[in-house]
Write a protein that binds this ligand. Structure first.
Ligand SMILES: CN(C)[C@H]1CCc2nc(NC(=O)c3cccc([C@H]4CCCN4C(=O)Nc4cccc(C#N)c4)c3)sc2C1
Length: 410
């Protein structure tokens, strides 16, 4: 028999789907999905809208919203949206604000991938994972308010610097620890690549962009049919299981670390080809397709590490856990160990002028409002378009849950 306390605790628990933020999402979604001309002709619906209009407007004005932030610059763009550097008006703090366009997601029936990203960034306490401060939404977008990483991504670093083995050793060592943190949370990243590794103001890295992550089952495997990831970084087992209900483990991410290490040192990924099918063919035949250019000298240690990552899943380094990766001789050095690397001085510390310096990000043309707004006509029937997004809103220290806890529980 659920007691009142049980219900109160559930409503105040960040991790339940129907906590205060989720309940408010539900009420607002119901209102907005009913608030269309053709439905207003039904008396019950029109009366419901009239009766609740002021409460809904009050909520939409007092919950976190896009206009609470000043946009400074677009710093990234992805399939369903973009990331902007923004400054919160009241706190004057800067954040990276990621927008995902609801209409794009609905149009492509792709409305579930963002849950892993939200949960990982919201609940991880790891210094290796970009933190989510708030998540909110309105009629057209989902928003994630994340910590700003002013050093830019490793892809941008590779464009501007020639990466030595010492630099590669540092970044790959921190990536190994970051992936171990994500794996320990029970997720496989599935899209490890230079663009998803961000550099903080101190020069240390963090993992970002968890849209392709998948939960690992109790048996240590993830089941997922859709092949995701970036062509050059996709593992052979992901390609082999194309279309079928793929089963893979954490070793999927270790393959990508091998690709990344090769690209850091050589300047392009090992199985690069002039077309995607050709790249896939080379990945499938990786054991006879892995070459190291004669004109670039790299140590035997790093070649061995790359080869052990770019092996079949059954014999790939890392399949028995992170220790066998840490023990590899490539990581032996005078400057840091895996236990103290996060407190060591990185090889490269970004020079920054102010908290809103975006010089480590490439320029993105500001798309005109038209295609961002992508004006659409109201639906002709109840479509439930807002339903897939109920429960996405998340507010930690400054939200209604915290406020209620301080009043109710004290
Ligand atoms: C096919 N289905 C199943 C899904 C598979 C996974 C998936 N991921 C998507 N993802 C997106 O649509 C998207 C939108 C904006 C930015 C970004 C990244 C790519 C560019 C930069 N970026 C990002 O997240 N940057 C970021 C993140 C955190 C902090 C900072 C900073 N500072 C910057 C991705 S759409 C989509 C479809």
């Amino acid at each position: 028999m659920p007691s009142p306390e049980d219900i109160a605790n559930r409503i105040l628990d960040h991790k339940t789907s129907l906590n205060v933020d989720g309940l408010l999402d539900a009420v607002i979604a119901l209102y907005n999905d009913c608030n269309i001309p053709v439905l207003k002709r039904t008396q019950n619906i029109d009366a419901f809208l009239q009766r609740n209009q002021s409460s809904i407007s009050h909520l939409e004005n007092h919950r976190l919203k896009c206009s609470d932030f000043d946009a400074i610059k677009v710093i990234g763009r992805g399939a369903f949206g973009e990331v902007r550097l923004v400054r919160q008006k009241v706190s004057r703090k800067v954040f990276a604000l990621k927008l995902l366009n609801k209409n794009e997601m609905l149009r492509r029936a792709d409305t579930a991938f963002f849950w892993e990203e939200r949960d990982i960034m919201a609940y991880s306490e790891s210094e290796w994972i970009v933190r989510l401060h708030y998540a909110f939404q309105d009629m057209t977008h989902l928003y994630m308010v994340m910590e700003y990483m002013p050093g830019g991504d490793v892809a941008n670093l590779m464009l501007n610097y020639e990466i030595s083995e010492e630099w590669a050793r540092f970044y790959v060592a921190e990536l190994v620890l970051a992936l171990d943190a994500l794996h320990s949370m029970g997720y496989i990243h599935r899209d490890v690549k230079p663009d998803n590794i961000l550099i903080s103001s101190t020069g240390h890295i963090k993992l970002a962009d968890f849209g392709s992550c998948v939960k690992i089952g109790d048996d240590g495997f993830a089941r997922c049919s859709s092949a995701v990831g970036t062509p050059d970084y996709i593992s052979p087992e992901m390609l082999e299981q194309q279309g079928t209900e793929g089963i893979y483990g954490k070793e999927l991410d270790w393959w990508s670390v091998g690709i990344l290490l090769y690209e850091l040192l050589i300047g392009e990924p090992p199985f690069y080809a002039d077309s995607i099918p050709h790249t896939y063919a080379r990945i499938m035949n990786h054991s006879t397709n892995l070459f190291f250019p004669e004109d670039i000298h790299i140590s035997d240690a790093v070649k061995d590490l790359i080869q052990q990552f770019l092996s079949d899943a059954k014999i790939r380094l890392g399949r028995n856990g992170i220790q066998e990766v840490k023990n590899h001789r490539f990581f032996k050095n005078e400057k840091w160990t895996f236990d103290n690397i996060q407190h060591s001085t990185p090889p490269y510390v970004p020079t920054l002028n102010g908290d809103d310096d975006t010089s480590h990000f490439e320029d993105f043309d500001d798309q005109n409002e038209a295609d961002v707004a992508n004006g659409f006509s109201p639906p002709k029937a109840f479509t439930g378009n807002q339903l897939p997004f109920i429960g996405f809103t998340y507010s930690n220290e400054l939200g209604p849950i915290a406020a209620l806890k301080s009043t109710v529980l004290n």
